[in-house]
Design a protein around this ligand. Structure first.
Ligand code: HEM
Length: 419
């Protein structure tokens, strides 16, 4: 038990190593299938996705904060809401994200510059602020950005409490002080969302990027809109911060990759724009490789709604299926030198069934393109003028809602040359 709580990603990897990539565990109340087999993952997430739902411990815990929004919900409500918000993520709508991402990259650089000489930047905290800035603007057309930071902070505090509760032996229903604090945080989230929806309903601005406007136009009620807003904060903020942090950490420890990034960025004589993103394939490969080694969504869970057979293994209805992205991405039979940071493996390579940082199939991350453009632009803006150096040995990993460096990540972030 302590091992599961301390390092659940390593525990699941051990299960795979001992029992194979399709480890069926016949627990008395709930059969469990730990899955790190590409064909099996494809069956559950893509080919037979309709036979699997989201009634799992992972998504029930998340739903304490998000309600049955896009990430935690399923069925007809999920299908309808996904169709409603999808236009906000079309290519044209995403172009505006570029400006916010570059601004967030500049902020990161400015934070590093403001530190006394020799003081490292706390990168996890700084990238969290960067992720917050971009998700805030994406959530809301300009005049809603006033509320977005408060919403993101309240959601963050509520999620911390949910994670701590999951690791506590006290039953979730007991009225502990932490549980009362969680209720207060969720009430604060509700109040901010109500204000956002009231403000937006009072305006008639047509903006295809404006998620709240799209949801109001589709006739969704206040509660449904609240659930989706909170879902976008949860899904789009900490994931990006985690991914940016690990990419910077890996670059700081791999001088030849960092030099190749600097060479690529030498082609830019000003901050990058949307049009520069396809011209930065090596930087993009670094992001892809960091997402392989440290997938923020380190586990994806499903509940079998009907009997199924997954890569030859019988899966009775009710089985909890755990896709361990961490284990899949580090499997030596699928990847050459799986523990090494080798961005080259993604240059020009086809995406594969055993690479699923954004999930797959109908529940594929709706924010994938946004996240990738955002990350490339934040990193390009920062690394065009700055370089990174490690402070100490590689950090330990905490597998919480996302993968985080234990105790944060201090890095030396310094100017390369005068602008
Ligand atoms: C779903 C990862 C960024 C919004 C998912 C899933 C994964 C994922 C693995 C699938 C979960 C499942 O199948 O159970 C990531 C990673 C990100 C990222 C690694 C950044 C590096 C974002 C951003 C947004 C977002 C920026 C929005 C602004 C969502 C939503 C879903 C989702 C709404 C649920 C989609 C559905 O089921 O219809 N994400 N995500 N994500 N993500 Fe992301």
């Amino acid at each position: 038990m302590p091992r599961i709580l301390r390092a659940p990603h390593l525990f699941l990897t051990d299960v795979g190593a001992r029992h194979g990539p399709l480890a069926a565990i016949p627990l008395p109340r709930t059969p469990v299938l730990v899955l790190a087999d590409p064909a099996g993952v494809r069956r559950v997430l893509v080919d037979n996705a309709r036979a699997y739902g989201k009634a799992t411990v992972q998504y029930s815990a998340l739903a304490t904060v998000t309600g049955p929004g896009l990430l935690a919900g399923d069925g007809t409500r999920w299908r309808t809401h996904r169709r409603v918000v999808q236009p906000a993520f079309h290519h044209g709508g995403l172009r505006d994200v570029a400006g916010h991402a570059v601004h967030a990259g500049r902020q990161l650089a400015a934070e590093a510059d403001a530190l006394p000489a020799g003081t490292p930047l706390e990168v996890l905290a700084a990238t969290s602020r960067a992720g917050l800035e971009v998700v805030g603007h994406t959530l809301a057309a300009a005049d809603l950005s006033r509320d977005a930071p408060a919403l993101v902070e309240a959601v963050g505090r509520a999620l911390e409490l949910v994670v701590r509760r999951a690791a506590s032996p006290v039953p979730a229903t007991w009225p502990t002080p932490a549980r009362r604090r969680l209720a207060r945080e969720v009430a604060a989230v509700d109040a901010i969302c109500a204000r956002i929806v009231t403000d937006r309903a009072a305006r008639s601005v047509e903006d295809p990027r404006d998620l709240v406007g799209l949801m109001l136009a589709a006739g969704m009620d206040d509660r449904q809109i609240r659930d989706e807003l909170v879902t976008f904060v949860v899904a789009g903020h900490e994931t990006v911060a985690s991914s940016l942090t690990w990419t910077l950490d890996l670059l700081s420890r791999n001088p030849s990759a960092l030099a190749a990034v600097h060479d690529e960025l030498a082609g830019l004589d000003a901050d990058p724009t949307w049009d520069d993103v396809p011209r930065l394939p090596y930087l993009r490969a670094c992001v892809d490789e960091a997402l392989r080694l440290y997938p923020p969504a380190w586990v994806i869970t499903r509940r079998a709604l009907a009997d199924d057979v997954v890569a030859g293994t019988a899966v009775p209805a009710g089985t909890l299926v755990i896709v361990c992205t961490w284990a899949l991405h580090r499997d030596g039979s699928l990847w050459e030198a799986p523990g090494e940071f080798r961005p080259e493996r993604f240059l020009g390579a086809e995406r594969r069934d055993h690479y699923v940082p954004f999930g797959a199939g109908p529940r594929l991350c709706i924010g994938r393109d946004l996240a990738l453009v955002e990350e490339v632009l934040v990193l390009a803006t920062l690394l065009r003028t700055h370089t990174v150096r490690p402070v100490g040995p590689p950090p330990r990993v905490d597998a919480l809602v996302t993968l985080r460096p234990r105790g944060g990540l201090p890095l030396h972030v310094t100017r390369r040359c005068a602008d």
